[in-house]
Ligand binder design. Sequence first.
Ligand code: IMP
Ligand code: MG
Length: 173
Amino acid sequence: MPDARPPEILLSEHQIQKRVAELAAEIRRDCPDDVHLVAVLKGAFMFLSDLVRHMSGKVTLDFMAVSSYAKARTSSGEVRMLKDLDSALDGRNVIIVEDIVDTGLTLTYLQDILRARNPRSLRTACLLSKPSRRQVDVAVEYIGFTIEDQFVVGYGLDYAEQYRNLPHIAVIT
Ligand code: IMP
Ligand code: MG
């Protein structure tokens, strides 16, 4: 079980809160009229909730859930849709809100299917990025922190469904 050693803090709650506020301001600047945030469950739930609290003005949100099984994953990044969005994206300024971009396969897939739904604009915000792991070149307009190739948990991210509740990001060693 993943309980053996307490994970080591990589990014503190304070660092995360400061950066999330900056990202919210950047997004607001780029979408001053209205913004529709599409969060990818479960990992992005905490990032989304902090992000929206820093955004004034018109904000709507929706959720989707996908699962990617390493073995079943193709190079096209196809993932299984577990929960689709509740509402249409036509004419909206959409921001995909993700916890982390690793190989980039999941995001590439999500961007393709959401772009096909004719949003006015489509951008992506990821709290974390591991560029050294990238397999496909995927555009991410807003990145919170760039990190090394290490497995991180906390602030929504899990290891075997544990640690999502941590207010900081920690490394599993
Ligand atoms: P990608 O398709 O390889 O970019 O994978 C993205 C997904 O893998 C993320 O949405 C996470 O759910 C998961 N993931 C990748 N790296 C980590 C990590 O370090 N900790 C927890 N989950 C991760
Ligand atoms: Mg995820």
